[in-house]
Ligand binder design. Structure first.
Ligand code: SF4
Ligand code: SF4
Length: 354
């Protein structure tokens, strides 16, 4: 059986093709202005490396911020769940993951089955993300792929008071004008980002076996600073950038075979760098009673049969990207309506997060 996972991130798109539990191929390309075109481009690259076509694939799961826009995906699942599942495939002992993506940074705790037990995200700013490093590389006129290596050559570490993209850029320009070597500036910025990422890790409690995923995990300077700060060597896979797509591909197999996805928290919502809002449904707890469908004034829920023919609550595809507009949040919903999804869900399968 053949499965595909596709991760449409804010800066890059990734795809992984698996035959059962073996990776056949993967591909990475830049995310273009049109997510649908990007999704076809990256999957076709991965399929062509494996000598396959889209028709050969039995089930596809999409993840990443553009996951709702992948027309050929059978299902989409949050990147948090996918990163945990993907890293578990490589390193079952890992319990803490730092996912450093193009537009956000997340610390994730997971159990031995790769199931998410806790997570925190960075603030709603670009500081410490792929976009931040792109901006710094541009300001310093150093290729993005070289900034980490150059930071390791620093004689001293230039202090930075902030990693706010705007202020850090001004500070970097001021240091450049004073003649500070680029390596020292980069070492300072890497240290500042590592410190903030380490704070995120501490918030989910850092376990001994931890890993870094996402494009920034390829930056040796960043990995070195985090290793120093954490006092622990992270476990790194060959290509940490494809871990979300790998997790999606593993979910595709489990979904197709009617397996453990039944116990997955499926997160619906949208994050675009300006903010995020999610409704999460724990499919393991949902008994398919349909009460949330009946009470929700915004009509965002729908019941759908899973692979085993059991009814489960989902968020309508048409509502997913508009959730912040449609749902005022359960507290204000509570004030204005007699019942809401939380009050009627006896299984406590629904949660909201911002
Ligand atoms: S109310 Fe709760 S248990 Fe019932 S369908 Fe909705 S999510 Fe599932
Ligand atoms: S809080 Fe209210 S509007 Fe929002 S999903 Fe629940 S029932 Fe619907």
């Amino acid at each position: 059986m053949l499965f595909a996972g596709i991760d449409i991130g804010s800066r890059s798109a990734k795809a992984v093709i698996m035959r059962d539990d073996t990776i056949l191929s993967s591909a990475i390309c830049d995310t273009g202005p049109e997510s649908i075109k990007t999704s076809y481009k990256v999957i076709e690259q991965a399929l062509s490396s494996a000598g396959l076509s889209l028709d050969d694939i039995d089930y596809t799961v999409a993840t990443g911020y553009g996951r709702v826009l992948v027309p050929f995906a059978n299902e989409n699942i949050s990147e948090i769940s996918c990163h945990a599942r993907g890293i578990n495939w490589y390193f079952p002992s890992v319990r803490t993951i730092l996912d450093m993506g193009g537009q956000d940074c997340k610390a994730i705790s997971c159990d031995g089955n790769g199931k998410v037990t806790n997570f925190v995200m960075n603030d709603k700013c670009a500081g410490g993300t792929g976009r931040f490093f792109e901006m710094i590389a541009e300001v310093l006129n150093v290729p993005l792929t070289e900034i980490g290596n150059l930071s390791l050559k620093a004689k001293t570490v230039t202090p930075f008071n902030t990693i706010c993209a705007v202020f850090a850029k001004s500070e970097a320009i001021a240091y450049l004008k004073k003649g500070t070597p680029k390596s020292n500036i980069l070492a300072g910025l890497h240290r500042a980002v590592a410190a903030r990422s380490f704070d995120l890790l501490k918030r989910v409690s850092l376990e001994k076996d931890f890993s870094i995923t996402g494009g920034i995990a390829k930056n040796r300077g960043m990995v070195a600073k985090l290793t120093e700060m954490a006092g622990l060597e992270p476990l790194l896979c060959e290509d940490p950038q494809i871990i979300g797509a790998l997790g999606a591909s593993i979910f595709a197999r489990e979904r197709f075979q009617g397996g453990t996805l039944e116990n997955t928290k499926v997160q619906y919502g949208y994050t675009d760098g300006t903010g995020n809002y999610f409704i999460t449904i724990d499919t393991g707890k949902c008994n398919g009673c349909g009460k949330c469908v009946q009470v929700c004034p915004a009509e965002v829920f729908v019941l759908a049969e899973n692979a085993n023919g059991q009814p489960k609550a989902m968020i309508k595809e048409t509502a997913r990207k508009q959730l912040p507009l449609l749902c005022p949040g359960f507290q204000s919903c509570n004030e204005n309506h007699e019942a809401n999804c939380h009050t009627v869900c006896s299984e406590e399968a629904i949660s909201h997060s911002w």
